[in-house]
Design a protein around this ligand. Structure first.
Ligand code: FAD
Length: 483
């Protein structure tokens, strides 16, 4: 008998899940309620695409492993996106000061518009032989608490239909109704964890000035242990010679969509670098706002009862404060687990859905511990307060962060964790413990590590008259990675 799978949602998690399951079944139907554009263009069901999206190294590697013939990196670069090394191509202010830029490239990040990334993935996935797209909205699950047998859909013309499948993957994003759908089958009591620091995002496109094609990615992060609300900024190079500037603020420091406020907000961060760059850059769009930022995790993997035939992946299972850039990578890692499990077991074998759910939860664990452990410190956060263990670990990681600003080796170890390539428990290994106890090996940088050419671009754009923060203390850019 022909094996069938249904995937709900045709965004990153859904498309990658469709690829992952396609080797194990005869037909995969991807259900999407939006009309999908041809090529990179905005759509209703992906409002977050107006905000900066960075694909972490782990996500990039996972997508390349799932779609080896796609050449994601090359396609994105050919369309004008950038591959940026976190250790050499990013200018980053962390809670303990500016990170140095090392001569050695590692931890590549992909930057481009979210619309471009999705268009590349759609083109690669939806043309595959066993995968077909259907424009429809999933409205409920079919089956029982023992086995999900498919989904009920509402078609584009409003007609209802029941679609049968051996496996249903819910990849319908933050707004997923999986909890309600399971409730209707008699499965209740699934724990939902929320850590909500009230982050609001405001993003705006700018024209990148001539000569800035290789300008670094700029990240100015808040200090969660400061008792004031956190403000952050990312200046991300994307295709079309543009910068996508994303500002964010936790509860009490939210940015607004007022264009006059945008640069002022960026100038008020822990360092005004992004504001100074934007003060003379030409805006190409209004500011878009997003409040879909709370960390929310549904613990499907530990449900007392779990039906055969259902897996929940991507934001539908766990969504994170976007400041940490984790969502797409966790979705890709989850899809990898789906493929790994189905390569070993028949799609309809007993217990396979539960095993996939548990395996995917491991990728969630790493991302969740990073984002929730930091967000718990911001004033007015909704969710559990930091525990005693959190406090001890936070002090240790803070000290290590300080050491990482001056040591290539420690910085790489931390990048392995923040890009979700290693679990945070790796930060407790003896060599790192020792380096952390010994403290920083170089003095802190007095300002952002920009090269002379980059400083010239900053001066060319800066309309603040140098009133906010000076450039005199800026260091000379990259240094050898011997620390
Ligand atoms: C402001 C902001 C900035 C972000 N920045 C980053 C970043 O830098 N890096 C990063 O990795 N992540 C980032 N993210 C997170 C990232 O956008 C998501 O993790 C990513 O889109 C994966 O989500 P998904 O595929 O699970 O769901 P989504 O992208 O939300 O897609 C869900 C899809 O399902 C469809 N759908 C929903 N319900 C139904 C239904 N019932 N039937 C049929 N179709 C349905 C929707 O139309 C949509 O296409 C950011 C998020 C936000 C809000």
């Amino acid at each position: 008998m022909a094996r069938r799978a249904i995937v709900v949602g045709a965004s990153v998690a859904g498309l990658l899940a469709a690829v992952a399951v396609s080797d194990a079944v005869d037909e995969v139907t991807v259900l999407e309620r939006d009309v999908l554009p041809r090529g990179p263009a905005p759509r209703k069901g992906l409002p977050q695409a107006r905000h900066g999206h960075i694909l972490l190294t782990s996500g990039l590697n996972a997508i390349e492993a799932l779609l080896p013939d796609l050449g994601l990196r090359q396609r994105v670069l050919a369309a004008g996106g950038r591959e940026i090394s976190l250790t050499s191509g990013a200018v980053m202010l962390g809670p303990e000061g500016w990170f140095r830029r090392w001569r050695h490239d590692s931890h590549p990040l992909l930057t481009c518009s979210r619309d471009l990334l999705d268009a590349v993935l759609r083109e690669a996935v939806l043309d595959r032989p066993r995968i077909r797209l259907r424009r429809a909205e999933a409205v409920s699950l079919l089956g029982s608490a023992e086995r999900v047998m498919g989904v009920r859909i509402t078609d584009a013309d409003g007609a209802e239909e029941d679609l049968r499948a051996d496996l249903v993957v819910d990849a319908s994003g933050r707004g997923s109704r999986a909890l309600q759908w399971l409730d209707a089958l008699g499965i209740t009591g699934i724990r939902e964890e929320v850590v909500d620091s009230g982050v609001v995002y405001a993003s705006r496109l700018y024209r990148m000035p001539e000569g800035a094609e290789e300008f670094p990615l700029i990240l100015v992060q808040p200090d969660p242990l400061d008792t004031t609300p956190g403000r952050a900024a990312a200046l991300i190079p994307i295709e079309g010679g543009r910068w996508l500037a994303s500002l964010s603020g936790t509860r009490g420091a939210e940015p607004t969509s007022d264009p006059a406020e945008f640069v002022r907000f960026a100038l008020g961060l822990r360092h005004p670098l992004v504001g100074r760059l934007l003060s003379g850059a030409e805006p190409l769009s209004d500011a878009a706002l997003s409040r879909s930022t709370r960390n929310v995790r549904r613990h499907f993997e530990s449900a007392a009862v779990w039906p055969e035939g259902l897996v929940v992946l991507g934001d539908a299972a766990a969504a994170f404060n976007p400041v940490y850039g984790q969502g797409m990578s966790v979705a890709a890692l989850g899809a990898q687990e789906l493929r790994r499990e189905l390569a070993a077991t028949d799609v309809a074998a007993p217990g396979v859905a539960r095993r996939i759910q548990r395996a995917a939860a491991k990728a969630v664990d790493a991302a969740w511990s990073l984002s929730s452990s930091q967000d718990r410190w911001f004033p007015g956060v909704l969710g559990d307060s930091p525990t005693c263990a959190d406090r001890v670990l936070t002090r240790y990681v803070r000290r290590m962060t300080k050491v990482a600003t001056s040591s290539y080796r420690v910085s790489v170890a931390m990048c392995n964790v923040t890009t979700l390539q290693e679990n945070s428990s790796r930060l407790l290994r003896p060599s790192l413990l020792l380096a952390t106890l010994n403290g920083p090996v170089l003095p802190p940088l007095a300002g952002p590590p920009l090269t002379a050419a980059e400083r010239a671009i900053l001066h060319g754009l800066d309309r603040t008259g140098g009133a906010v923060g000076g450039t005199g203390a800026d260091t000379d850019g990259r240094i050898p990675s011997s620390g």
